[in-house]
Design a protein around this ligand. Structure first.
Ligand code: THU
Length: 145
């Protein structure tokens, strides 16, 4: 599977939705799940983890990227799905990755030379964006070689 290979969008969004159920978000009550699809077909998920020191909170996409890195992933990122919302209104509108997460995802993407598709799903619609469109002219590992 390469970045251009077709994949099951519904399956990836479902993985992000399931991951959102594991969010630890007692302060914002905004639950987010992220699912990363790799070129061997494996899906790695994460959810946001907040902290009583609010600024230390980690977004779902960042958690998923850290888990993938710790599993030895250094590229091969084909697609990312994000799903979330206020705990009693999950999926009401699309969640697009925050700026920091765009940079964190870019690290993993650039390492493998892919430009993953980012699926931002709500119950009604799924926005599809290339990572490079969400973070144009990104700074990344390629700049340090
Ligand atoms: N959040 C994410 O997990 N991903 C995003 O892309 C946007 C925001 C989390 C961070 C915080 O725990 C909560 O949503 C409210 O900002």
């Amino acid at each position: 599977m390469t970045a251009g290979t077709p994949f099951d969008r519904a399956e990836l969004v479902a993985a992000a939705r399931l991951a959102a159920a594991r969010a630890y978000a007692p302060y914002s009550r905004f639950h987010v799940g992220a699912a990363l699809l790799f070129d061997d077909g494996e899906i790695v998920t994460g959810a946001n983890v907040e902290n009583a020191s609010y600024g230390l909170s980690l977004c779902a996409e960042t958690v998923a990227c850290a888990i993938a890195a710790q599993a030895g992933r250094r590229g091969g990122l084909v697609a990312v799905a994000v799903f979330g919302g206020l705990e009693d209104r999950l999926g009401e509108s699309m969640v697009t990755p925050c700026g920091r997460c765009r940079q964190v995802i870019t690290e993993l993407a650039q390492l493998g030379g892919t430009d993953p598709l980012v699926l931002c799903a709500s119950h009604d619609e799924t926005g599809e964006f290339r990572l490079s469109a969400l973070l144009p002219r990104a700074f990344g590992p390629a700049n340090l070689t």
